[in-house]
Design a protein around this ligand. Structure first.
Ligand SMILES: [Zn+2]
Length: 287
């Protein structure tokens, strides 16, 4: 099944597929182990920084090997790419979808660049995710409070979203309706009315929800149902769990010099977080 087949199935069967950022090999294993245990498809995704760390050719081999080893559908996504050429490079090595993030550009420039990515992607059977409204925050555990009025300014305007999708031909639209990157002491509520309106305005487009960390499970489930969201991005909670488990492993084994001997506990801890997300997204048992 292709990425399009999987997203169509998710839309029809009211579940979302988790898109989990891969920071390192332990996290990669954790995502795959969780997917296998839960019999769930997973999306592994790499940001520009993560691509820089691994290298595209290594990522390609890593995914091929993992598909064979774990026997579950593993989709490969380029996360928040701000450069057209980086999207084209990912398409060339066989990514399943690429997220061109032109949200910092003017509407016109964003459309022009997204279109370039779409042409090459579609010629290669690859899906493109577009983003128009800059999602607030960054993938960290924030200690400062969020300004809710500022967040509302990032909300997607459904009519403008329809214009963007019509002009670019992107397959997936990153919707903003109260979701933010990272976790905050005062997490905003998702606007279910707005995500329903975005859904209605984009009848032939898949919707994604970034910032899947820190949102209460009940709201995530409601948003998946109201917006027929098929992809939920999760980064911060994975990174936070990894760091906590690493700290614990180091303090409990002060004399250990072989880092891979700490890996299985860390992988287990991160896998538990991923399993929890798979449960909430409703993708367990779908693989
Ligand atoms: Zn994101």
């Amino acid at each position: 099944m292709t990425a399009r087949d999987w997203f169509t199935k998710a839309q029809n069967e009211n579940f979302a597929i988790g898109a989990f950022n891969v920071d390192n090999l332990d996290i990669m294993r954790a995502i795959c182990e969780a997917g296998r245990k839960m019999k769930s498809p997973v999306i592994v995704e790499f940001s520009a920084g993560e691509v820089g760390y691994f290298g595209l050719d290594n990522i390609k081999d890593l995914i091929e090997n993992a598909r064979e080893e774990f026997g579950i559908p593993i989709l490969l996504n380029l996360d928040h790419s701000k450069k057209v050429e980086d999207c084209l490079a990912a398409i060339a090595v066989g990514f399943d979808d690429v997220h061109f993030d032109g949200s910092e550009l003017s509407f016109g420039e964003n459309v022009a660049n997204a279109k370039k990515v779409v042409i090459t992607a579609h010629a290669n059977g690859v899906l493109v995710e577009g983003e128009m409204d800059k999602l607030p925050g960054s993938s960290e555990v924030h200690s400062e409070e969020l300004d809710f009025e500022l967040i509302k300014k990032s909300y997607t305007d459904p009519a403008r979203a329809a214009e963007f999708v019509g002009a670019t031909g992107v397959d997936i639209f990153a919707a903003c309706f109260g979701n933010v990157h990272g976790t905050f002491p005062n997490q905003p509520d998702l606007d279910m009315g707005l995500v329903s309106k975005i859904r209605e305005a984009l009848p032939n487009t898949f919707l994604s929800m970034h910032g899947g960390s820190g949102i209460p499970a009940v709201q995530v489930r409601e948003a998946i149902a109201a917006g027929k969201i098929v992809k939920v991005n999760v980064n911060t909670e994975i990174r936070a769990e990894y760091r906590d488990a690493l700290d614990e492993g180091l303090s409990e084994n002060p004399g250990e010099r072989v880092s891979y001997k700490l890996a299985s506990d860390i992988t287990g801890a991160v896998a538990a977080v991923v399993e929890g997300k798979i449960e909430v997204f409703g993708s367990a048992g779908k693989a």
